[in-house]
Design a protein around this ligand. Structure first.
Ligand code: FAD
Length: 401
């Protein structure tokens, strides 16, 4: 016999799990399906999870509303108060500082496994959410009057609508024929946790240079060890070569790539490499189904904004669906779901375009462009009001005065 819900959410990653918690708080009954077993095994510091996310102020507030942020152990989260970005091919640099804004810090860094674990803990506490873990969607029928889905386990679920939060390679997006605009960035990201010889000064350091785009992101110190998480974006062939280096040689390359600013003493966790692709669905909704998070869009991680955009999608979707639910409107109707699409698409497209422009700006090594770029960076660095606007945008806040 079919079990009945208001929504079926497929994908209990950061975005799907957060949307389930917040929608359940608005009294919607949710079936949350994920192929993962829902157990996130944390490594023991100094061996942090190699996947780490910069979390904006707006995302943190949303995670607080969901009672998730409060559960994150203090020794597994680091704040950053400054950000320094420089051109490895010149002398241009930009520094962003929380002191120039009304914010106590620019953002926080949290391991993905820690965040997922806390999200799953809250999901399990909600009486409005039924979890179907280690399971996937088999066949499904949907239209604006409702959804009927059979899971691989044989469970049959019915709901008013389906939310696709099944990540960048979304099967639901493909199966429901959503068109996308996509291309390779020509970059693979290498992520790892490093021990460095000098304090990171609660600063996110980012170099754009011949050695690719390299970020050193602060992590909590352990036993007076200074630790950072890196995201190093380089062409795929270069990434293969870097992954093949032994740890000592890899650390030496990093020391040069970060402009010799830090001694790199070791890698505390296995390195991982992730190919990067820009992807944007041309529409986020069809009758009975809506895309959110990486299922709707993926961007270059150079500004650490992918999950933050996904959390903004969650906020938009929860606003729309909880209001519609109170008014008794059918949740799968295109009229209702389009309100979410209107609220989110421009913002997501603007961020995608911004990341593409940034990546292109720093891809060229032609001397004239490098000189112009460095002049531009210096001028930008003197313009406090422009920097405040950019900080506010990254934090998901209105402009500071
Ligand atoms: C190197 C790198 C660094 C990044 N750094 C940052 C950063 O600092 N800040 C930031 O904001 N963003 C960052 N991002 C982006 C961020 O990681 C993603 O935007 C975010 O993880 C997307 O979350 P999601 O829940 O949409 O998708 P996912 O995290 O991919 O979750 C999808 C879920 O769906 C499940 N699933 C998939 N297929 C199925 C299926 N068929 N059936 C059932 N379940 C399924 C999966 O098991 C998974 O749990 C970074 C990305 C990269 C690559």
């Amino acid at each position: 016999m079919a079990k009945s819900y208001d929504l079926i959410i497929v994908g209990a990653g950061m975005v799907g799990a957060l949307s389930a918690i917040l929608l359940a708080k608005s009294s919607l009954r949710i079936a949350l399906v994920d192929k993962h077993d829902g157990e996130y095994r944390l490594s023991t510091p100094p061996a942090y999870d190699a996947r780490v996310s910069a979390i904006s102020s707006q995302s943190k507030s949303l995670l607080e509303t969901a009672d998730v942020w409060q559960g994150i152990p203090k020794d597994r989260v680091a704040s950053y108060d400054n950000m320094v970005v420089w051109d490895g091919l010149g002398d241009g640099y930009i520094d962003f500082n929380a002191d120039t804004t009304a914010m106590p810090e620019l953002g926080h860094l949290v391991e993905n496994a820690v965040l997922n674990q806390q999200l799953m803990a809250q999901v399990r506490q909600s009486k409005n959410i039924d979890l179907y873990l280690g399971d996937t969607l088999g066949s499904h029928d949907l239209n604006e009057f409702g959804v009927r889905a059979e899971l691989a386990s044989g469970h049959v679920l019915e709901a008013q609508a389906m939310v696709a939060a099944d990540g960048a390679m979304s099967k639901l997006r493909t199966e429901n024929a959503f068109d996308t605009i996509e291309w390779d960035y020509g970059h693979t990201a290498i992520v790892a946790t490093l021990e460095i010889g000098q304090p990171h000064e609660n600063t996110a350091w980012q170099s754009f240079g011949e050695e690719g785009i390299l970020a050193f992101l602060p992590l909590p110190s352990v036993d007076q060890k200074h630790l950072v998480s890196i995201v190093w974006s380089v062409p795929p062939k270069e990434a293969e070569a870097l992954m093949a280096l032994d740890v000592d040689a890899f650390c030496r390359r990093l020391h040069y790539a970060i402009g010799k600013r830090f001694d790199v003493l070791g890698v505390t966790q296995t390195r991982q490499s992730i190919p990067l692709r820009q992807r944007h669905a041309k529409a986020y909704v069809k009758p009975g189904i809506v895309l959110i998070g990486d299922a709707a869009h993926t961007i270059h991680p150079l500004a650490g904004q992918g999950a933050n955009l996904g959390f903004s999608d969650v906020k938009g979707l929860v606003d729309v669906l909880s209001k519609a639910h109170r008014r008794g409107e059918p949740l799968g109707s295109t009229k209702v779901l389009r309100r979410y699409e209107r609220a989110r698409m421009l913002d997501n497209m603007a961020m995608s375009a911004g990341m593409e422009a940034f990546k292109r700006l720093f891809s060229t090594q032609q001397p004239v462009f490098v000189q112009l770029r460095n002049m531009g960076m210096k001028r930008f660095n003197r313009d406090v009001s422009l920097k405040k606007k950019l900080i506010a945008r990254a934090a998901g806040l209105p402009s500071f005065s």
